[in-house]
Design a protein around this ligand. Structure first.
Ligand SMILES: Nc1ncnc2c1ncn2[C@@H]1O[C@H](COP(=O)(O)OP(=O)(O)OP(=O)(O)O)[C@@H](O)[C@H]1O
Ligand SMILES: [Mg+2]
Length: 272
């Protein structure tokens, strides 16, 4: 199982403007969401984890090894990052070639890469568009191609930067299924996401970034019980949580299923 340990990480694009400030986190295979308002530093943080940026100070340890001592190839084979904007990731002229690039690049055999690419395209629902040019497809499909490209590499760590961008309900459900599948395979999946209902349904742990710092980190239920702190970070509660608060429940509920189960328990106790 993978572990990423971040110790007192600082980062600035411009020396005078600190972006990430003293971030310390231990990330493991617990289903984890990273949330925060626009510009909080989420994408910057995951680019540092992937070695695309270099810390100003502090260190990032992947399974105990400082990532600055790992080669680009080693990091590429271990950490897959789905870019926030698929246009920054996609460069091949057919969907299949695009999804094949990653696995071939990390040294997978042609047969294995093709098998993984086709399986990933099936998972995202693009198996019938493999010969199309990604740029003839819409943003929603390009995001799915970007996800498939990373899935095909079968990396131990999968980082998804805003996987639900431009996705409709059906695709969001598909992405939830993919994330759950990765967890059951024991992989570390870190997901940056703005959709709080998605966070409530899918992730056990939530890390809140605000102005380059970790504002909250803990079980998702605990994080969403801290409404005042979330307001400070300009974040909304999930819809069910908000509704329950407005109805006067003191407990924090994250999903309809959780609320219904709690209500059923109360009714059962009343009927004893
Ligand atoms: N290449 C860059 N050069 C200079 N500043 C940058 C660069 N990329 C991001 N920034 C700045 O760094 C800060 C953090 O940006 P980042 O993209 O990490 O935020 P984010 O939390 O991912 O936001 P969003 O939710 O909008 O994707 C922002 O103030 C942003 O303007
Ligand atoms: Mg971002």
């Amino acid at each position: 199982m993978a572990e990423i340990k971040i110790n007192q990480l600082n980062f600035a694009y411009d020396a005078n403007i600190p972006i990430l400030k003293d971030i310390s986190l231990i990330l493991d295979s617990t289903p984890t969401a990273i949330i925060g308002q626009n510009g909080a530093g989420k994408t910057t943080l995951v680019k540092l984890l992937k070695g695309l940026l270099t810390p100003s100070s502090g260190e990032i340890l992947l399974n105990g090894k400082n990532i600055k001592d790992l080669t680009v190839a080693q990091l590429a084979a271990y950490i897959g990052l789905v870019f926030q904007n698929p246009n920054d990731q996609i460069f091949k002229s057919t969907v299949l070639e695009e999804v094949l690039f990653g696995p071939l690049n990390i040294g997978m055999s042609k047969e294995k890469a093709e098998e993984k690419a086709r399986e990933a395209l099936r998972l995202v629902g693009l198996e019938n568009q493999i010969n199309e040019n990604p740029y003839d497809l819409g943003l929603s499909e390009r995001k799915l191609i970007a996800i498939a490209s990373i899935l095909a590499m079968d990396t131990e760590v999968v980082i998804l930067d805003e996987p639900t961008i431009a996705q409709d309900y059906a695709s969001k459900e598909k992405i939830k299924g993919i994330i759950r599948k990765l967890y059951t395979q024991g992989k570390m999946v870190l997901t940056i996401i703005h959709d709080m209902d998605f966070v409530a349904e899918c992730f056990e742990r939530t890390v809140v970034l605000a102005q380059g710092k970790v504002l909250l980190d803990g079980p998702t239920k605990e994080v969403f019980s801290k409404e005042d702190k979330l307001k400070e970070a300009y974040l909304e509660l999930p819809h069910v949580t908000k509704l329950c608060k407005q109805l006067g429940y003191s407990e924090t509920y994250l999903t309809i299923e959780e609320l219904v189960a709690a209500e059923e328990q109360i009714l059962a106790l009343e009927n004893v």
